[in-house]
Design a protein around this ligand. Structure first.
Ligand SMILES: NC(=O)c1ccc[n+]([C@@H]2O[C@H](COP(=O)([O-])OP(=O)(O)OC[C@H]3O[C@@H](n4cnc5c(N)ncnc54)[C@H](OP(=O)(O)O)[C@@H]3O)[C@@H](O)[C@H]2O)c1
Length: 274
């Protein structure tokens, strides 16, 4: 692996989840650093507005669609490589959660979360690999979560997806090294975005209103991680603290989180969306 910094200027990158939060901020940050971005999400109006925003030395084009639809993933990669003239990076930031006890959630919710948070980024990467292998200094960025390091109650589907995504990042990192493709896993902690308003199932829980890292700070950390060729980053002190506890004090997390989250939910029961 080269220790030379990756030059983001001129890189051609797909960014998913670009209509809000971390994906949107990352698309802007990469463009500001000179990258040419294909931004995607379902809300076309948001993408249009993003593409019109000042993009520094880079540029932003967009293609709207459902990242869980295999036909859309094919179209996205084909359109991106065609319009950008190739592909050097994929930032898989689209994602979403569900809240509730595992016994109260359904098989449909489980499948939907696994599809959105694991299958969609994995299959987008698989579809992109031939183009990345032919690209310049290519990189795959998987936006995971600190809940992929250690699970919490009431997030079972999401934690399972993000833990599996973390595992896949490890496999890909080793397999793709031969093709010169690097892999960056991002263990995000609490970040200001629309995440809690866009839950697939369940209502915004009380603990979602605590301190959160601004999305543009997370995006700057992602861009810096790409430039510095990091294999894994955990931006922010809250996320770093959780990662240390997950590694050295997992039993403490189980006890404190179990009690705290149960108490919060018992005080304000989480109901399923109709
Ligand atoms: N916010 C946090 O505290 C936090 C913590 C740890 C990890 N994360 C991870 O960070 C990533 C970004 O989330 P965020 O916090 O920025 O949340 P967000 O503001 O809700 O953004 C989620 C993005 O994903 C897109 N998306 C959702 N379902 C989609 C689908 N089926 N097809 C295409 N796009 C879809 C949304 O766009 P459309 O609705 O327009 O399709 C939106 O652009 C996610 O992977 C999330 O798991 C977030």
């Amino acid at each position: 692996m080269s220790i030379r910094r990756r030059r983001l200027a001129g890189q051609r990158v797909i960014v998913t989840g670009a209509s809000s939060g971390v994906g949107r901020a990352t698309a802007l940050e990469l463009a500001r650093r000179g990258a040419h971005v294909m931004a995607t999400a379902r809300r076309a109006d948001r993408l249009k507005e993003l593409a019109a925003a000042p993009a520094g030395a880079g540029s932003i084009i967009h293609e709207a669609g459902d990242i869980c639809d295999p036909a859309f993933r094919d179209r996205l990669v084909a359109t991106a490589t065609d319009r950008l003239g190739g592909l050097d990076g994929v930032v898989a930031a689209a994602g979403g959660g569900a809240i509730g006890r595992f016994r109260d959630l359904t098989a449909e919710t489980f499948a939907r979360i696994i599809d959105l948070d694991l299958v969609a980024p994995a299959e987008l990467v698989r579809r992109s690999l031939p183009h990345l292998a032919a690209g310049h200094d290519p990189v795959v960025v998987l936006v995971g979560s600190i809940l992929g390091l250690h699970p919490l109650p009431l997030h079972g589907d999401y934690c399972a997806a993000k833990a599996a995504l973390r595992s896949l990042a490890g496999t890909l990192r080793m397999e793709l090294a031969a093709d010169g493709i690097e892999v960056l896993l991002v263990n995000l902690g609490p970040t200001a975005s629309e995440f809690w308003d866009a839950l697939v199932v369940g209502q915004r829980p009380p603990w979602s209103r605590g301190r959160r890292m601004p999305a543009d700070r997370a995006a700057a950390a992602i861009a810096a991680g790409m430039e510095r060729r990091h294999r894994e980053i955990t931006p922010g002190w809250q996320a770093k603290g959780f990662a240390i506890a997950a590694r050295f004090l997992p039993g403490l997390i189980d006890r404190v989180a179990g009690r705290h989250l149960r108490a919060a939910v018992d005080a304000a029961p989480v109901r399923k969306k109709p």
